[in-house]
Ligand binder design. Structure first.
Ligand code: KG4
Ligand code: ZN
Length: 356
């Protein structure tokens, strides 16, 4: 049901007048990327992402540093997005922003900024769930990219989440499986850290894995009920494995890096694919859309393509810039909500936890 918050009534006249051309300014600040995008009727005119490098020194995202960096980045990033889209603030129809889930301090920066700008411009405000947005990124109008039809299964795999979701319509989503501990991106990043690789290690594991032997070493797969995932045991077994071998040969990691990375990636991909096969079997849905930073992984992409041939799946992988955290996905979600006139009142707040 569309919601009409009382404090948005004054904007309705304006909304009706601008229905032909809907310009959405979208803001994303849930983790360590400050991003702003401008969309015109579902097409991306600009998508600017400022990735915070400061966290590399610490081997992971430091929440306090992230929110400070968002404060520094948000104004220039929004300006750049408007400039690239070649439009002025006054032409905007609405502002969409990530209200959760994510790091509270980071979310607060985007939330406060979006609320103030919407109030100043007297245009509607649209809150967006970051995880829904990763899924709805598939509905951005982009040449050469098909959109899934309903119902489909979505697998969101990122540094913060690992979920399998049944999607029956744009905003009718049911989580049917999720991690009970670490997210898959954390499994990649923590394994990389054990191997002495810098943060974020996921892409580096992927790069090394491409030249390694995936059968060189074996790591145990967790036994988890239903469609849920667990990755913390894998991290521990990799730690013990590395400690044992480097005690015998201090050069072990350097001599075997590619094979170790390939074996870790092989195990992680298998864990994901096992559950995906199970989800397809249980739901009878063979359309699979993936999202989140880990969908850049070459092993996962190959396994999905293989699934198309082997099991008759149809798989959807968004354009690379829309898989990692970005404001364009917030913009398309905002646009879909705008069409329903599903606006937020100015009482809306950032929320660290926010279910799809
Ligand atoms: O969606 P995202 O940009 O941010 C979060 O919401 O977490 O995902 C970032 C995660 C990191 O854990 C990063 O290591 C992982 O995605 N990642 C990868 C690859 N590219 C990014 N993991 C494995 N292989 C990759 N090629
Ligand atoms: Zn994300």
């Amino acid at each position: 049901m569309p919601t009409f918050a009382p404090d948005n009534f004054i904007f309705l006249k304006k909304v009706q007048m601008k229905e032909q051309k809907t310009y959405i300014l979208a803001i994303e600040s849930s983790c360590d990327d400050t991003s702003a995008a401008v969309l015109l009727n579902g097409k991306v005119l600009s998508n600017v992402v400022a990735t915070q490098k400061i966290h590399e020194e610490y081997g992971g995202v430091v929440p306090e540093l992230a929110s400070r960096a968002h404060q520094q980045n948000i104004v220039p990033v929004v300006h750049m997005a408007l400039d690239k889209a070649n439009i002025g603030k006054k032409e905007l129809s609405a502002i969409a922003f990530t209200s959760g889930p994510g790091l509270l301090g980071s979310l607060l920066v985007g939330t406060s900024f979006a609320k103030s700008l919407a109030l100043g411009l007297q245009i509607p405000l649209i809150e967006v769930n970051h995880m829904q947005a990763h899924i709805l990124a598939h509905f951005i109008d982009e040449d050469g990219f098909d959109k899934p039809s309903f119902p489909f299964l979505a697998m969101t795999i990122s540094g913060g989440h690992t979920q399998i979701i049944r999607v029956d319509s744009y905003f009718d989503m049911t989580v049917i499986g999720e991690t009970i501990d670490d997210a898959v991106g954390e499994a990649f990043d923590k394994s990389a850290k054990i191997l002495g690789l810098p943060y974020p290690g996921g892409p580096l594991i992927d790069k090394n894995a491409r030249e390694g032997n995936p059968g060189a070493f074996r790591f145990p797969k967790p036994k988890v009920e239903g469609l849920n995932f667990s990755f913390s045991g894998l991290k521990t077994s990799i730690l013990y494995f590395v400690q044992k071998h480097t005690a015998e040969d201090p050069g072990f990691i350097g001599e075997n890096l590619k094979d170790i990375c390939a074996s870790i990636q092989y195990t992680i991909v298998n864990i994901l694919m096992d559950k995906l096969r199970k989800a397809v079997k249980e739901t009878g849905i063979k359309q699979i859309a993936i999202g989140g930073g880990v969908s850049a992984n070459s092993g996962i992409r190959e396994a999905l393509k293989a699934g198309e041939k082997k099991y008759g799946w149809k798989t959807f992988i968004p354009k690379f810039e829309y898989t990692t955290d970005n404001a364009a996905m917030i913009g398309i979600t905002g646009y879909l909500k705008y069409r329903e006139k599903d606006f937020s009142g100015h009482h809306v707040t950032a929320k660290a936890r926010f279910k799809v």
